[in-house]
Design a protein around this ligand. Structure first.
Ligand SMILES: [Cu+2]
Length: 269
């Protein structure tokens, strides 16, 4: 039920209070159910990262309501209870991992950060009877920092990784417009299109997009009912003009590979 619906139901319930009877309590119950639904702004995430770069550091995430009650039940979403994206501040390091659920709203996983410095941590999850939501934080990791790499638009949207050549065709790179990202995947050695991709996390692939400063995390959806390659199509909307980094992850013969590109999103004319 939307917010307007909740307000109207509450008003009816108040109006009927004078009449008494079963109908009044039914209306009141409706209000209670609607307000119990967890929305993003009613869930708080407490993060803790322990350990320095180059060692097994632990990442802990505790999810609770604003009132301090643990969020305990989660739905599987793309085959996992929670997806965690770890990206260095300069966007040069990327990892997509799945923390273990320890109960009482606590998720934990270890990660080896490559260098000291700031990292963007992004958790995607869906509480049972709640909305799918994202919680982000910046974490500071101890250890020697690496020289930061500049985030500059890719000269070519062709990438070679793990013996695959992946070309990205990006349409609609304009702020606030529907954009389509189409990845075409071929065998690097033979040039033959790869048409036996395997599902990864229940879809043809997984795509993550972040703005150059790591502040904007852009949601991307795989188009439904895609086959097994060689093309994989995704839809998104870039909220603002600027430079963005795109990571695409696919699976072939049991191995996941990640390609990345940097694009420039134009202002609306
Ligand atoms: Cu994931």
């Amino acid at each position: 039920m939307n917010k307007l619906g909740m307000v109207i139901t509450a008003a009816i319930s108040l109006a009927l209070t004078g009449c008494g009877g079963a109908q009044t309590s039914w209306e009141t119950e409706e209000v209670a159910v609607a307000s119990d639904r967890l929305m993003a702004d009613s869930v708080e995430a407490a993060w803790a990262v322990e350990g320095d770069a180059g060692e097994d550091a632990s990442i802990r995430l505790e999810l609770a309501t604003k009132e301090g009650k643990p969020v305990e039940a989660f739905d599987l979403n793309h085959e996992k209870l929670l997806h965690l994206i770890v990206v260095s501040k300069d966007l040069s390091y990327f990892n997509h991992i799945h923390p273990e659920y320890k109960g009482e709203g606590v998720f934990e996983i270890s990660n080896v950060f490559p260098a000291g410095g700031a990292y963007r941590l992004i958790a995607d999850f869906k509480p049972t009877d709640g909305d799918a939501m994202t919680k982000l934080t910046w974490a500071e990791v101890g250890g020697a920092p690496a020289a930061p790499q500049a985030v500059v638009p890719s000269e070519s949207l062709n990438s070679v990784v793990a013996g695959k050549r992946v070309s990205l065709a990006a349409e609609g790179l304009v702020e606030d417009e529907e954009a389509t990202l189409t990845f075409a995947i071929a065998d690097e050695a033979s040039g033959e299109p790869i048409s036996d991709l395997e599902p990864y996390l229940g879809a043809i692939g997984h795509v993550v997009v972040l703005s150059e400063d790591g502040e904007r995390y852009v949601h991307v959806h795989a188009e439904a009912d895609q086959g097994t390659g060689p093309e994989a199509k995704f839809e998104t909307t870039f909220p603002k003009a600027g430079i963005y980094k795109i990571w695409g992850q696919f699976q072939h013969r049991g191995e996941v590979f990640t390609v990345d590109y940097v694009v420039n999103v134009e202002k609306r004319s």
